[in-house]
Design a binder for this molecule. Sequence first.
Ligand SMILES: Cc1ncc(C[n+]2csc(CCOP(=O)(O)OP(=O)(O)O)c2C)c(N)n1
Ligand SMILES: [Mg+2]
Length: 805
Amino acid sequence: MEQGATLSSKKKGQIIDKNLILADYKLAQKSRQISFVGRKEVFMGKAKFGVFGDGKEIAQLAMARFFRKGDFRSGYYRDQTFMFAIGELSVQEFFAQLYAHTDITAEPASGGRLMNSHFATRSLDEEGNWKDLNQIGNSTADISPTAAQMPKLLGLAYASKLFKENERLRGMEQFTNGGDEVAWGTIGNAATAEGMFYETINAGGVLQVPMIVSVWDDEYGISVPNKYHTTKGSISEVLEGFRREEGKEGYEIFVVKGWDYVGVMQTYQKAAKIAREEHVPVIIHVTEMTQPQGHSTSGSHERYKSKERLAWEAENDCLLKFRNYILENELSTEEELNEIDQACKLEVKEAKDLAWKSFSNDIKAELNEAVSLINEAALNSNKGAFLVQLGEDLSKTINPIRKDVISAVRKALLAMRFDQAEVSANLKSWYEDQQKLNVERYNSHLYSQSKFSSSLVKEFPAQYNEDSPLVDGREILQACFDHLLATDPRVFALGEDVGKIGDVNQGFAGLQAKYGELRVTDTGIRECTIIGQGIGAALRGLKPIAEIQYLDYLLYALQILSDDLASLHYRTKGGQKAPLIVRTRGHRLEGVWHSGSPMSMILGSLRGMLVCVPRDMTQAAGMYNTLIHSDEPALMIENLNGYRLKERMPSNIGRFTVPLGKSDILRIGSDITIVTYGAMCRIVMEAAEELEELGISVEIIDVQTLLPFDNHHIIGGSIQKTNRVIFADEDVPGGASAYMMQQVMEDQGAYAYLDSEPVTISAKAHRPAYSSDGDYFSKPSVDDVVEKAYAIMEEVDPHRFPPIY
Ligand SMILES: Cc1ncc(C[n+]2csc(CCOP(=O)(O)OP(=O)(O)O)c2C)c(N)n1
Ligand SMILES: [Mg+2]
């Protein structure tokens, strides 16, 4: 943590505060020991994989020195020294994560869900309330995809700008100290070749936000040297054009060697001042870093580094150079440093042993219970000998894991299937209790489990009076957003064309003029970092509505939505949340890139988010109101062709809510249930009129949200009545229509009530062709729905419904 240290030189290169230097030496040495010991633990089979921060210690001490409580880090797996230095990670916690300890008191970052060196602090208490983030040296939860820490970094820094410049956020002391928090990013040299890196750097320069991006350059990305990653082999040279100049905003750029203790301290001191006080972004290219143990436990770097390179790395090891600096400047003696080294070794060993004990004792206790219950059952079971052997094998397992225990118990229960129920009763009930615990350990927190869950938001129906006017759908949204912006200062909207013109369909029309540019904001064309900007701001307590102009362009942002936003709550086991609303518009309009409905792509990649597919703008407005009162991230897909359709303006526009996961019966019928959503609702409703004339009565259900899906089993209930079902949408064959069928057949057991084969209606497998004919021959039409429904009834009663073709 920043200790107000001003660096000045007595003699050339000497820093006066000897105590700080020795404390830094000790921390660097301890961190190095942790890397050595961690690697050994993996090779001994006590952990599965290890990646460590050796060779990167010294610059991280400097970064930590100028990092303050309330600041945020968004980095990657090399940052252990930094995390120790800011006091947010203990040695024992580091090892607990290496072993995958599932208890968050032992492993607070993720409760064993993230592989080692994936750091995170907990922003939320056990009830899901925000902690006082100003009292924490915050680290967002690391993810493995290279450079994916960059988009949210932008948002973390952008939040400082909002806190500083938006007067209405003044009351949020729990989150900010007047917006002077810095967002600190770290990234490996090779990862800077990713598109996300450049997109973030460009946006940061445009926005002028307080972020400091450190590039840890060890000249390799696993086995591949810099010349394959970066033009001219140097990221700082490549980024020269971003450097600020007289009269032109940009970045401050520093280059410093990773073993130069004085150099890094001076650089980070300057960088922090510039970013914090001027809100100017900074890039620090830290060169000449090394990897004493190679990339990770997955392989040896002797395979791909030359002898010369390995020798150079040994000579330029930052710890060795730091030690020499201390000795040369007579800040300490060999003996004193050796003593520090020894003390570090001991401390690391003790912490490691404690972490292992704590991790393995829990499992051993479970194993002992299981063995004794298996033995107890063996006394009366027909499979006694088998069970005794199973128990004996289990008790002999070296370094047992939970899978060993639970798998043996399941095998035992299977073996006892012909025994009297009492024989296995105790083991079964123990197993069921363990399964509940294991669900909590491994499967919980995909969605909010707190009082802020969207499922707990009260339903207030839309109200109308005689004067409720008929307006364009987009006006309903505009009135809703107006209300949200007026009543909740945390809300802001951003995206391409969202500001001045109020989005391409004018949902925000006039709202920038009313609330200012900070609340309704135009951005560059950069879908991935629009989402990152939203994620980062949401991580800091704000409520962004980030817009992706068309659903077809969600692909540009899908990776970060999936890897970061959707997994956040799960991967931190409820330790962090980012209640970001992603707004977009899709389904049918025109052609290959403005008519997409790739719902199965979304369903497959965004578990952890809510997916709302409203049939009209009134339903969408009600869902926005629900989302604003909850703490879950969501994707809202409005109907592209619905903005100019007329709807009645509810009199309680800003207050009514639409419950998520509650299907709506749009039409009551008796012959066939048709399940659909979004823009297809109108098509199916029209088809129902034609079918009525043909003597076929259909019940239409709008699921409204795909995640969650029909919580109240309204569809199953309907099928009990009609005994026939069609799942209709505009996705590809086998897409979201198949998802809906799976949900209803498996989760609701509707198969038992079917008298006819269940049917799906979808678009063609290709993207929709341009123009109205392209739409007709690519997307499901009223005629398609009529014919599919008719065909079902034809099979039931061919006399009443003779073949059409
Ligand atoms: C998107 C993605 N591609 C590939 C990988 C596999 N991978 C993990 S680390 C790494 C090299 C990263 O090198 P660098 O950014 O220089 O960081 P260093 O490990 O050298 O500190 C690669 C290719 C990944 N994690 N994510
Ligand atoms: Mg590297």
